[in-house]
Design a protein. Structure first.
Length: 457
């Protein structure tokens, strides 16, 4: 029985058909895009960065609230051991003054005796022993010496830095999900290769069985095929285990149920990549630049500690009867606070923040150098995968032709069953290499796009 050559052609066509050119950013598998979205929603690291950015936003509101008037309501009751009064000499002086004023009003000479029957007012207490107070205070910072404004700017840049760090974490997570998804696609593609090899072995087994019945072959040939079939089953089991592990990995990354993940059938599809695609600034660089600006404004904030601060103070008493003779019912004032010398603490803090910004600048330059190197390496890897794909295609053509030739020779007693099995193994390896080269190509594309800062998902 002859193996149909059409089966080989079908195998090659089905495999090469996977190489449809797609644009990475627009043509990602919708299932993969959905998994990435779920993974980003689930990621604790991404959520933590988002929460930290929210904290930085609240820091801005705290800094702005410095200029909002603070209103405080106060209430108190105090019981003194006794009333606070004038001393005896002062009381006598006040009584004598009162008498003089009454005489003057009545037209009586000041040295005449005080008229009888005219009542005198008692000298009031300076403070009654029962004191009940309710009041309101208003404190309003009019000028913070640029300390608050610099704090606001520092918090804004810190928020931006944390947002960019969150985006960088999203990129890393997306890369991990894409890689795991592609590995799962590689497993399914490899299973197809194994199924095709199984069909070939079944046909060879059928041929050998017939040949043995007709005395044209020995049982040893059938045993060799059975051994090859068992080895094939071992490979299938290995791929099954790999599939289980990859589904579990996707479940951990995305939170998608294992049952749903078992239903998906990812495919390896090649991506066309524009070699002249633009390079954009990576989120990691943006995060470092924003952090640098935040520390610069923090340094300015520390320096502004020596600039005078201006504030308004207001006070109003609701209950007047309990006030002492010296207490005002209300007052408003403007004050200046000027920290002339604080033991060089502010200066040291400002220098420390400045050094921190210089550290970020060094990190930026280091990161830019590493990114430039990664772009070169990723581009070289991509070019290598393209060349490797061409080589593998030729290997498949050669392995297919070799298998067909050896199979014909075996049918004509010009080759042994070992030669047929070796040729089939070579064809299987070539098909595996094709799937692996396609996987490597997709990895190279994603790494290059990520290195260039243009990875979209």
């Amino acid at each position: 029985m002859r193996i149909k050559i059409g089966l080989f052609n079908f195998l090659c066509i089905s495999i090469f058909g996977l190489f449809s050119n797609l644009s990475f950013s627009q043509e990602l598998d919708p299932v993969l895009q959905d998994l990435i979205k779920k993974g980003l929603d689930k990621s604790q690291t991404v959520n933590i960065k988002s929460l930290e950015a929210q904290q930085a936003k609240l820091d801005q509101q705290l800094a702005k609230s410095v200029f909002i008037p603070k209103v405080t309501l106060n209430g108190s009751y105090t019981r003194l051991n006794d009333d606070i009064t004038f001393d005896e000499d002062t009381q006598n002086l006040l009584v004598a003054t009162q008498k003089l004023l009454i005489k003057e009003g009545a037209g009586v000479p000041f040295n005449a005796p005080f008229p009888d029957g005219i009542p005198l007012k008692e000298t009031p207490n300076l403070q009654d022993k029962n004191i009940l107070k309710t009041s309101v205070d208003v404190d309003w910072v009019l000028f913070s010496g640029f300390e608050a404004s610099n704090a606001i700017k520092a918090s804004k840049h810190k928020e931006s830095s944390l947002n960019y760090l969150g985006m960088a974490e999203k990129d890393k997570l997306a890369l991990k999900i894409i890689e795991t998804y592609d590995k799962l696609a590689l497993v399914y593609a490899s299973e197809k290769v194994l199924n095709t090899s199984e069909n070939y072995l079944n046909e060879q087994e059928h041929y050998v069985r017939k040949a043995i019945e007709n005395g044209l072959a020995t049982p040893i040939g059938r045993k060799k095929i059975e051994l090859a079939q068992q080895q094939l089953e071992g490979k299938k089991l290995e791929f099954k285990h790999n599939k289980t592990l990859l589904i579990e990995a996707l479940h951990q990354l995305t939170g998608e149920s294992r049952d749903n993940l078992k239903l998906i059938r990812p495919k390896l599809e090649s991506f066309s990549l524009n070699a002249t695609s633009n390079t954009e600034k990576r989120n990691e660089i943006k995060a470092l630049e924003e952090a640098e600006q935040a520390t610069l404004y923090k340094s300015k904030m520390e320096k502004s500690h020596f600039i005078p601060k201006v504030a308004l103070k207001g006070h109003y008493e609701f209950i007047e009867e309990y006030l002492s003779l010296l207490d005002p019912k209300w007052y408003v004032g403007v004050g200046i606070q000027w920290n002339v010398f604080d033991g060089t603490q502010s200066s040291i803090k400002a220098k420390k923040s400045k050094i921190e910004s210089e550290i970020y600048r060094e990190r930026i330059e280091e990161a830019e150098e590493l990114i430039n190197v990664s772009i070169i390496k990723a581009n070289q890897a991509y070019q290598s995968t393209l060349q490797n794909s061409k080589i593998v295609k030729k290997e498949i053509e050669l392995a297919t032709d070799t298998y067909e030739m050896v199979n014909k020779q075996y049918k004509n007693d010009l080759a042994s069953i070992n030669d047929v099995l070796d040729a089939l193994t070579d064809l299987e390896k070539a098909n595996f290499k094709l799937q692996e080269s396609l996987f490597d190509q997709r990895r190279a594309v994603t790494e290059l796009l990520h290195a260039k800062g243009v990875l979209n998902y």
